[in-house]
Ligand binder design. Structure first.
Ligand code: ADP
Ligand code: MG
Length: 249
């Protein structure tokens, strides 16, 4: 079997008496979208935070890109190519689409963010930023202010910023939140193509999106993975239906 890009091994995290992550072991393989679903408070964000380095596990490990990253912080993990998107918008609203993409490209080279003029003159950076914008379909809007973009376009721009870092995996916590039906549909189509760029670990409530996109689904309940499988396997799993999907699903 192909080596997973990202793997958690027995990740456990308590808040007081509550076990928010209870020995969670799962992996993300090349080319796939692996969705994590579960009721509110199941521990999805807690898991994502440990994967990205924002929260330390009490025990267990995270492996990424062939190494143990459990002790690395978020910045070090991002440098290895772990791209977290949609959590806190990192976009600068007054700046243009291209300037925002350049921020990402500059970050990749470890330079300070402020010096626009040299950055705009740096053909290599500009090429990288424009290639990322092209990849997400925003190149024609390169001169548009970020504040004039739709909600969905901003999410695409966030992905473009992440793409300038040559990500090896995407981690997304509820990207569809706040989008209307149209927005969700177009973001679903976009994420569908993005899996060719790098695999995606996707926490999402929108079950239409999850069922349309996921190669595998893991179901988290009270901090535990109660099932992992294909869409059909998860839909047919009686334990999952009881715990989460409801009898009507
Ligand atoms: P989900 O994202 O699945 O809705 P969370 O990971 O946010 O779930 O939360 C899992 C549980 O851990 C919840 O009961 C939540 O209240 C608790 N929790 C999350 N973060 C903290 C924290 N920083 N301090 C104390 N309890 C927390
Ligand atoms: Mg959450």
């Amino acid at each position: 079997m192909t080596e997973p890009v990202l793997e958690t091994i027995g990740l456990t995290r308590r808040f007081g008496a509550m076990v928010a992550s209870d020995a969670v072991s799962l992996d993300l393989r090349p080319g796939e979208i692996h969705a994590i679903i579960g009721p509110n408070g199941a521990g999805k964000s807690t898991l994502i935070n440990q994967i990205c380095g924002a929260l330390k596990p009490d025990s267990g490990a995270v492996r990424f890109a062939g190494q143990d990253v459990t002790r690395l912080d978020t910045v070090a993990r991002a440098r290895l190519g772990l791209a977290r998107t949609f959590q806190i918008s990192a976009l600068v609203m007054e700046d243009t689409v291209l300037q925002n993409a350049l921020l990402g490209a500059l970050g990749a080279r470890g330079r300070p963010w402020r010096f626009w003029c040299p950055a705009l003159a740096d053909a290599q950076l500009r090429d990288r930023a424009e290639a990322a914008l092209d990849r997400v379909g925003l190149l024609a809007l390169r001169g548009t202010r970020c504040s004039d973009l739709s909600h969905g376009q901003r999410r695409q721009l966030e992905v473009a910023v992440a793409l300038t870092l040559a990500p090896r995996a995407f981690v997304m916590d509820e990207p569809m939140a706040g989008l209307g039906a149209e927005g969700s549909k177009s973001l679903t189509g976009f994420l569908d193509g993005l899996r060719d760029e790098a695999p995606i670990l996707l926490v999402e409530h929108d079950m239409d999106a999850v069922f349309a996109l996921a190669d595998r689904i893991s179901v988290l309940v009270y901090g535990q993975v109660i099932a992992t499988g294909t869409v059909d396997e998860i839909r047919a799993n009686p334990q999952v239906r009881d715990a989460y999907l409801g009898s009507g699903s």
